[in-house]
Design a protein. Structure first.
Length: 436
């Protein structure tokens, strides 16, 4: 599509006009282009598509925080509910210097699609604060989190919108959110947020769930293609919640994890890395960049490392038109949200590289978040085997529905996932109709 046509196509959304060179890097543009492609392929109702081109609610908040040195700093934060037709809004909260309104909108849209793809009774949301948590003390993070929670408390709640962890937020942050919201309403309300520690109403298996889901869908793909996952090599970009758990689960299964990276550096050993040892090192040093028992790889060229399965599990827009032709993996499994641009998708497809898209590959996180919410509401908790078994059932079923759609319609897995999700969503949107 020519730049002018793209800008015209998105004239109705609030995004300011974008320069051609920044289109590939803009997540909202990428998300809307995915929607347009799937909508055109399915001949979807134009009204449904128009509904999905707009976020239902966008809340921008200012967050004044007293810093440790006595100064006052005001952060900007967002909570966006993209769609709630299929149930309460659901989606993580990100703390990062590059958080932007367009990024949060795109992430909220992908949550809507993801929940429809795995058939959870949720809509999509996302939140974020523009900040650099690496430079903040625990006290500053807690005060920022509590004030942000207070500011967005007018739109969140167990029946309205349920946040969860995302980049640079963790179980501790979720506990502060739960506590602040509970203090506001006057009673303990664990169902307001998921990804909490077990002791604060969390679910067994939630911490590992996204990485575990990444593993399940990869195993299904390998099986469907007659490949033995134990004989395949794996590289994981990002060693946070998703990446480190995915690396560990592949390692435990017996696949050779040959490379892992975080924001500061990459590690490589063609004979396979000792993942438990790297996990222990990471827990102690907070980064894996200086881990001594592996070759070091620069983050810029990490994705081009020789491997069979590449798992981007860091940030969006990592695989682009600039590096897609140099990727060596046969499968890309998107642990992160939006790591592959549309331009890169086309290059990878032409090269026969199979991409399991984010809205399926990383849906294990929201699936077990859903289990956590159900357990909190019922005040009845499951054992870890039950959690993992139900996760496997849901994500495997979604994988096969999408894989079969892709074979039948002769489309890639991203298009197939969008077709499955959009179809489900469109039915609900049409049945509910338009108020008033
Ligand atoms: P996290 O903060 O726990 O970890 C992020 C990791 O990425 C860190 O190791 C960081 O050093 C690394 N990183 C950042 N930029 C990098 C770069 N340029 N190169 C290499 N590494 C880099 O975050 P997370 O929760 O693991 O989320 C990672 C991705 O997965 C995000 O896209 C998030 O939206 C997505 N996701 C997370 C969950 C979840 O349950 N946490 C669920 C679904 C999707």
């Amino acid at each position: 599509m020519k730049t002018q046509a793209i800008l015209k196509a998105h004239a109705s959304n609030p995004t300011p006009a974008l320069k051609a060179e920044s289109l590939e890097a803009n997540p909202w543009h990428q998300a809307m282009a995915q929607l347009d492609r799937a909508g055109a392929k399915m001949k979807a109702d134009s009204f449904v598509l128009e509904r999905l081109r707009h976020c239902k609610r966008i809340l921008t908040v200012s967050i004044p925080v007293r810093m440790d040195d006595g100064s006052l700093k005001v952060f900007e934060g967002y909570r966006i509910q993209h769609n709630i037709d299929r149930g309460p809004a659901k989606g993580g909260i990100r703390y990062h210097p590059q958080v932007s309104l367009d990024e949060v909108k795109a992430l909220a849209f992908w949550m809507t699609m993801k929940c429809a793809v795995v058939n959870l009774p949720y809509g999509g949301a996302k939140g974020g604060i523009i900040c650099d948590p690496k430079t903040m003390s625990m006290g500053e993070l807690e005060r920022m989190t509590r004030r942000y929670t207070s500011e967005i408390s007018i739109i969140i709640g167990p029946e309205k919108d349920i946040p969860a962890p995302d980049v640079n937020t963790n179980e501790q942050v979720m506990s502060w959110i739960m506590d602040t919201f509970s203090m506001t309403v006057g009673y303990s309300c664990p169902g307001v947020v998921t990804g909490k520690p077990i002791e604060a109403g969390g679910s067994l298996g939630r911490k590992e769930a996204t990485g575990r889901g990444v593993f399940y869908v990869t195993r299904e793909l390998a099986q469907a293609q007659g490949r033995d996952l134990k004989q395949m090599t794996v590289a994981v970009q990002g060693f946070g919640n998703v990446g480190s758990n995915a690396a560990n689960i592949f390692h435990q299964y017996g696949s050779k994890v040959v490379a892992v990276s975080d924001v500061s550096g990459g590690l490589y050993n063609p004979e396979g890395l000792n993942i438990p040892d790297i996990l222990a090192y990471s827990a102690k040093h907070k980064t894996i960049a200086d881990y001594p028992k592996a070759d070091h790889v620069p983050v810029e060229s990490f994705l081009e490392i020789p491997c069979d399965i590449l798992i981007p599990a860091a940030m969006e827009n990592q695989i682009t038109s600039a590096n897609a032709s140099r990727i060596k993996a046969k499968y890309i499994v998107e642990g992160a949200n939006g790591p592959t641009s549309g331009e890169a998708d086309r290059i990878l497809h032409d090269r026969g590289i199979i991409v399991i898209p984010d809205i399926l590959a990383n849906s294990g996180g929201v699936t077990v978040s859903y289990f956590e919410w159900v357990q909190d509401i019922q005040a009845y908790f499951w054992n870890e085997d039950d959690v993992n078994r139900r996760l496997q059932e849901i994500i495997t079923k979604a994988f096969h529905e999408i894989y079969e759609t892709s074979q039948r319609e002769k489309v890639d897995l991203r298009m197939a996932a969008f077709m499955v999700g959009l179809n489900r969503l469109a039915k609900t949107v049409k049945l509910r109709g338009t108020f008033p």
